[in-house]
Design a protein around this ligand. Sequence first.
Ligand SMILES: *Cc1c(COP(=O)(O)O)cnc(C)c1O
Length: 393
Amino acid sequence: MPDHLMNTYLPLPVSFTHGEGAWLYDTNGTRYLDALGGIAVCALGHAHPAVTKAICDQAGRLLHSSNLYRIENQDALADLLCEKAGMQRVFFSNSGAEANEAALKLARLYGHQKGIDTPQVIVTEGSFHGRTMATLTATGNRKIQAGFEPLVPGFLRAPYNDIDALRTIAGNSPDVVAILVEPITGEGGIRIPDEDYLATIRALCDEHGWLMMLDEIQTGMGRTGRWFAYQHTGITPDVMTLAKALGNGVPIGACLANGPAADVFQPGNHGSTFGGNPLATRAALAVIETIEKDDLVMRAGVLGERLQAGFRTRLDGNEGIAEIRGKGLMLGIELDRSCGVLVQRALDKGLLINVTADSVVRLLPPLILSDEQADTLCDSVCELIETFLDETP
Ligand SMILES: *Cc1c(COP(=O)(O)O)cnc(C)c1O
């Protein structure tokens, strides 16, 4: 037990020395199949040669120069992201929470520019947006907020996947300037909203002049079988945030803006010392090039179907299974009981998984998984769950 780390995490008693693709190796040389990918971060797996090469090459040239000068990698990455997203502008940050902070500041400024002095942002229950003061306030989980009051003002909360609640807010709250929502909840338990949820939010935003802001920090970068989850629908948001898989482990976040949101920030309104630095943006460029070259967005969709079909074949009909759901490689198996202990049991069997929202086994495997690894993963997870359900009343 280290004496000098703040007690913010309860890490499992294992430490990894290196990885290769979907495999991680611990200090004893034991191998683990990584179906969590550093929480949706290592979408290209570990030690991907293209990312490693890009980082090493960039480290030998220039790590940092600051945003007081042009950064060519940053320009190139912004171009690529905007092309993929069908959006116009990007602000780069170093994390997801910071990307959401940028979105929230942008929304407030947008409101003030329209003459709204106390702008409100709608957020949803069960959401997760980060741990900074504004983003933990936006987060729809009391556990994350408790003890950190006073929270940041200017938020209104609606149940997730509830359009009527949004209509009610629209009728009562003239100061709303934006809505911030996850297309599929990540930490909240892989909840997938109704087919028309995003399109109806888009229509409401257009009707009321709100910014539609999507937190794609977990869903983005190909994971759901599209570059961005909103691309399963016909809409484009005004603001989208990214982080996690964008740098495959190199810290980088992004806040993209379109249409009425594109020109809200002007020089002096927002900034970051490290944001968009040559190293992080070079890593992200390599990530995008690799996803494209190896057709990994499509692959995520195919692998997701394969895994879901496998889970259904084996687990459907088991009374302890509440629901199997997911899109692409964002998968959740909800049990009818708390199942946090499965994380340690999986670890003991050489498998890295996660349990979120108390009873949802969450899998976020890398997009480079082979068919064989997917089948191994499916077998191991099913066996783990079956044994657990048999033993646990
Ligand atoms: C992980 C996550 C965040 C926070 O990202 P950090 O990099 O930890 O600040 C925000 N929103 C969603 C949906 C996430 O999954």
